[in-house]
Ligand binder design. Structure first.
Ligand code: NAD
Length: 211
């Protein structure tokens, strides 16, 4: 199986390639892409070998072709659909950001326990009662779950998602989920990131970092 770090880097390379909005250039060298991605040229070449794309050593990689090849490798041909659970502050921000952004990976259904949110369309996504989760997952063929509920509800939510057959979860709640080994979980802890950065910003400001 492809290592998940390579998958993460390929996703980053595609985003970088898609931002190169310069009609005068068609090609990019591995060392240029590496500099933009904070990686090494050798790492870029290894990652790109995984997807079976080869560039011309003299001209580099064709930017458009490489982005397309990464897409063929990363995206499901038929498209993949995600459910978001917990349409609060963070949930709504995520729906707003991803709305219309990725044709092959869409958040098509949101769920909450607040009846005031049932039946609403939030940034293009239908909000359902949480009780409808199993039916909608089957009906809309959802394969990814995004957890944006309060921490105390996260484990129950993960278990409910797994029961529907979902095998990939992004967890924004600050709890370590207990899940079976066949479930892929990515934890995103923004509070930890903010606290870490604030700590090191303070250390750097005070000139206390010696290396
Ligand atoms: P919020 O209170 O605004 O929203 C939570 C939503 O989840 C509400 O709409 C609530 O009705 C719903 N909910 C509660 N229990 C549920 C359940 N069992 N099933 C379905 N829906 C349920 O909270 P928030 O600020 O959006 O934060 C959500 C989660 O993300 C929290 O775990 C928080 O720690 C984490 N988080 C938030 C932020 C942020 O910037 N807001 C940043 C990092 C992490």
């Amino acid at each position: 199986m492809t290592p998940d770090k390579s998958i993460g880097r390929l996703s980053l390379y595609r985003r970088i390639l898609n931002t190169i909005d310069d009609d005068s250039r068609r090609h990019i060298y591995s060392h240029e892409l590496a500099a933009m991605a904070g990686s090494s040229a050798a790492q870029v070449r290894r990652d790109i070998m995984i997807i079976g794309y080869s560039g011309n050593p003299n001209r580099g990689y064709d930017i458009k072709e490489l982005a397309e090849s990464i897409g063929i490798f990363l995206d499901d041909e038929e498209g993949q659909f995600a459910a978001l659970i917990g349409v609060g502050n963070l949930g709504r921000a995520i729906l707003a950001y991803f709305s219309g952004r990725r044709p092959k990976l869409k958040i098509t259904a949101a769920f909450d326990i607040d009846p005031k949110k049932y039946g609403r369309v939030i940034h293009g996504c239908h909000c359902h009662s949480f009780a409808e989760l199993p039916v909608i997952v089957q009906k809309e063929n959802l394969s990814v779950g995004i957890i944006t509920v309060p921490a105390a509800q996260a484990q129950n939510t993960a278990e409910a998602l797994i029961k529907t057959g979902i095998t990939g979860i992004i967890n924004f709640a600050p709890v370590r989920l207990k899940t079976p080994p066949n479930i892929y979980v990515e934890d995103i802890d923004m509070t930890m990131a903010l606290e870490k950065v604030a700590y090191f910003a303070r250390i750097h400001e005070n000139g206390r970092l010696t290396h």
